[in-house]
Design a protein around this ligand. Structure first.
Ligand SMILES: C[S@@+](CC[C@H](N)C(=O)[O-])C[C@H]1O[C@@H](n2cnc3c(N)ncnc32)[C@H](O)[C@@H]1O
Length: 274
C-alpha cells in the first residue's frame, strides 16, 4: 500500500502546525485552518493516484471480507443493491482516512456495477467534486442532513460521521416497509450507544436491539481509516410489527453538530503522513 504521494500532500499536518507554532492545546481549533491551507491538487494526477489505490483496495482482505459480508445481507434481503449514498466522506484529497474510504466506496460501486452513487459533504472543494464526477458519482447539491429516503435497496456509507446524520437517516426511513432497504456502514451502533443514558429515546437507541450489526474487522494496512465500522441491516423479521405504534412513532430529527462523534482520537488521526 503506497503512502501519501507528492501530488497528494506537500505539507503534512505536523509540519503545518510547526510552521504555525501551534501547541497541542490549539490543535483542535486549528483543524479547519489546516484543511483550508492544504494546497489544491492536480485533478488528473490525483485521479491516477486514486485509481491505483482502488486497484490495491479491491485486492485487500479488508475489502474482500467486507464484500462477502454485504453480499450475505443482500442474499437475506433477496433483492439486489441498487444505489449507494455516501455522506461525510471528508476532504479526501487532504486526509488519508477519507482517501482510502473513497477508494473503498468506488471499489464497491464497481463490484456491484451501481449506476446511482450520491455524495455529500459540506467540506468538498471543487477539485474533490470534479474527481467524484469523474468516478461516476453525483455530488448532491442540497444538504439533506442525513434525511435520505431508501426507495430501493441502498448502501449508506457514513464513516465516522456525526451521530445526528445516522439518526436522521433512520428518522427518514422510520417505517416497516422502508427500513429493510437501508444497509448502513457507519460507526458501530453498539458502541455509539454505550455511553448514552438508559432513558435516551432516539432512533439509534430504539433500533439497536432490532437490527443486525456485523463488525467489519479492521485489518487494513492503513490505521485509523476503517476502525469501529459495522454493517447494520434492518431485516423485517427482526422489526416490531407495523401495529406497534409506540415504536414506529417518529422522534424529532437531530441537528447535525448537535451531538458530534468527533473525538481527540479522530483529530489526531486526521494527520496525513508525518
Ligand atoms: C469526523 S469527520 C469524518 C471524515 C472521514 N469520513 C473520516 O473518517 O475521517 C465527519 C464528516 O462529516 C461531515 N459532515 C458534517 N455535516 C454533514 C452533513 N450535513 N452531511 C454530510 N456530511 C457532513 C463533515 O464535514 C466531516 O467531513
Amino acid at each position: 500500500m503506497s503512502g501519501a504521494g507528492n501530488e497528494f500532500q506537500v505539507v503534512t499536518r505536523k509540519k503545518w502546525m510547526a510552521r504555525k507554532c501551534l501547541s497541542r492545546r490549539n490543535r483542535h481549533k486549528s483543524e479547519s485552518d489546516y484543511l483550508n491551507d492544504c494546497p489544491d491538487v492536480n485533478v488528473d494526477n490525483f485521479h491516477s493516484r486514486l485509481e491505483r489505490i482502488c486497484g490495491e483496495m479491491s485486492q485487500s482482505d479488508y475489502f474482500i471480507v467486507a464484500m462477502e459480508t454485504l453480499q450475505q445481507q443482500l442474499d437475506a434481503l433477496k433483492r439486489p443493491l441498487e444505489r449507494i449514498v455516501c455522506l461525510g466522506l471528508g476532504p479526501f484529497t487532504r486526509t488519508q482516512q477519507a482517501l482510502h474510504q473513497t477508494a473503498f466506496i468506488v471499489s464497491t460501486q464497481r463490484q456491484y456495477n451501481i449506476k446511482e452513487v450520491f455524495y455529500y459533504d459540506p467540506v468538498f472543494r471543487d477539485s474533490e467534486k470534479e474527481l467524484l464526477q469523474r468516478l461516476n458519482g453525483t455530488v448532491m447539491r442540497e444538504d439533506c442532513a442525513g434525511r435520505h429516503e431508501a426507495t430501493v435497496p441502498t448502501l449508506y456509507y457514513l464513516p465516522h460521521c456525526p451521530y445526528a446524520l445516522m439518526h436522521n437517516l433512520l428518522w427518514c426511513n422510520w417505517q416497516f416497509a422502508s427500513l429493510p432497504n437501508v444497509l448502513l456502514i457507519s460507526n458501530s451502533f453498539e458502541m455509539v450507544t454505550l455511553n448514552r443514558t438508559k432513558n435516551t429515546d432516539d432512533h439509534i437507541s430504539r433500533i439497536t436491539e432490532h437490527c443486525t450489526e456485523i463488525a467489519l474487522e479492521d485489518d487494513y494496512e492503513q490505521h485509523n481509516v476503517f476502525n469501529d465500522l459495522s454493517l447494520h441491516t434492518f431485516p423485517s423479521e427482526k422489526l416490531p410489527k407495523v401495529e406497534d405504534a409506540a415504536f414506529w412513532k417518529r422522534c424529532v430529527p437531530l441537528k447535525v453538530h448537535e451531538d458530534e462523534l468527533i473525538t481527540e482520537v479522530d483529530m489526531a488521526a486526521l494527520s496525513i503522513g508525518s
